[in-house]
Design a protein around this ligand. Sequence first.
Ligand SMILES: [Zn+2]
Length: 289
Amino acid sequence: MTANRTSGLLFDADTTALAGATVLEFAVLGSSSAGNSSVLRLSSAHASRQIIIDGGLSPRATRGYLSALGFSYEATDEVLFTHFDHDHAKAGWARAALRDGVRLRCARRHLPLARARGYPDVCIEAFDADGDGFNLGAIRVIPCETPHDDGATVSFRFDTPAGSLGLATDLGRASSTLIESLRGVDVLAIESNYDRAMQLSSNRPEFLKDRIMGGKGHLSNDECIDAVRAIAAPRAPGHIVLLHLSRECNCPDLVRNLWSRTLPALEPKLVIAHPFQPTELIRLRREQS
Ligand SMILES: [Zn+2]
């Protein structure tokens, strides 16, 4: 077992011995414009809560990726949505929610979009995206709204007895409110969508480039680094997961090189999400005192 202690948290690779401990696990199942989904699970000897963040992969694909990680699809309590673009909310979750009893949770302002996706009212529970947050079992969820296209995206901070996680994707920009909301998290998952030069020289139509780069679309690699630098002061996350890399206008090697040059102390903490396979499982464990 490799382990090191940071701020009272034990990061380790031991999957056993839950007794007396609370464990937070996180992995990105897949992330790209083809589909985005992540899983978060909080487990103790007494209870477990499994949350899917974004239903941008079909329930069938989600089941397969969860299984590859050693997770059970049946243990899923809910799907939490950042927004309802097609790469974050597949229509198949309408039937799956009814069939499998999975709750679908979204911001109140997104309710019409959830209904338009065919998600049945009886399965949906809305939350206030600008409120103080809400509890899912022992997990405190604090949402934060940011502009995206003509609507908004919700980023999340999850505070748990085993540590904290922030997830922010499809951001027009990283507002000071968002940065404050995510400051101090143990695990930070944030989008690093495109390389500016690749975007500008791509064959994409100008209106699309403007939409992506215009402050209400996506974060570039440089904008992501600026956001992480701000969030990481004064305490850097133990893990940084980069989401939603464009397959056309970005490249994992280029991103790593950029981080090595600009934030070398944080580069070893990077995990770059893949479009079609899960990331490694990140695990935070806290012994009960
Ligand atoms: Zn997206």
